[in-house]
Design a protein around this ligand. Sequence first.
Ligand SMILES: Nc1nc2c(c(=O)[nH]1)N[C@H]1C(S)=C(S)[C@@H](COP(=O)(O)O)O[C@H]1N2
Ligand SMILES: [Mo]
Length: 324
Amino acid sequence: MHFHSDRFGRIAPTEITPQAVYESRRDWLRLMAGGAAGAALAGWAGREALAQSAAKLPGAKSALPGALTMEKPTSFKDASTYNNFYEFGTDKADPARAAGTLKTRPWTVAVEGEVGKPGLFDLDALLKLSPMEERIYRLRCVEGWSMVIPWVGYSLAELIKKVEPTSKAKYVEFVTLADKAQMPGLRSGVLDWPYTEGLRIDEAMQPLAMLAFGMYGEVLPNQNGAPVRLVVPWKYGFKSAKSIVKIRFVEKQPVSSWTRAAAQEYGFFSNVNPKVDHPRWSQATERRIGEDGLFAKKRPTLMFNGYEAQVGQLYAGMDLKKFY
Ligand SMILES: Nc1nc2c(c(=O)[nH]1)N[C@H]1C(S)=C(S)[C@@H](COP(=O)(O)O)O[C@H]1N2
Ligand SMILES: [Mo]
């Protein structure tokens, strides 16, 4: 068995004994019950791994139904060193190693297409657009692993309302940064760059869909999609585009980078669904990152990643095997 220890030589609590696992979980639940999610996070293992220079970005606990899972957050260390950000390489460890070259300021997000108020939003304007909230979301990667991450940001709907979509705005496309000078992974042809993603407008307006600027009370590490990314918790992780530079409102369903690369495997909707398998593997269960020790069991994957009560009606009457 491989023990993960942090840079102070401590072994992660999940890897010591079943009793220790139980104790740490009980402490977590007690803190949550006391409403002290922030305090619990502050003391959480791996927190020390935060760069000393990382800027604080606090958020008030979200009041949105479903926005604060009771599950124990993944350690900051795991969430910031096990990443998918192909612009910086395809290995899970590549983004943490290589994303230091990403220049996150100055940064603008262009809003284009079917909107009454198109324009260029400076990062500072985006940071001030709506109050910051902390939301603890499950993130389920299509590859079969998941994490629990406390994000800081606000509903994408807040930005959408400001730009006044026209009646032709049926879909929203997200375009992310593609700069060869900053992103060594662009040399690889694994995807068509820039990385693009899309949502139907009603999905984009669902309040759980989030524009995130931070996590664990700090600004986003570059490898997690700084300075601004999408987090759509009921969809597979690849829908949550990182380092967004453009948001386009369009009439026709956009084709995302992953659909373009393998349409049979990655559809437009990509809702987390344990009953619709990936053509090459089952989606019925998942491995929670940080629980990969001797006693870890696979977890059952939940319909819409556990957000069915909030988002299920968006797909009423749709054949989810066809619209995967
Ligand atoms: N621009 C961009 N965004 C991206 C990706 C990527 O390669 N490039 N990977 C996606 C995938 S597959 C996942 S699972 C999540 C991972 O987010 P995290 O590293 O913050 O956990 O980011 C998504 N957003
Ligand atoms: Mo993913």
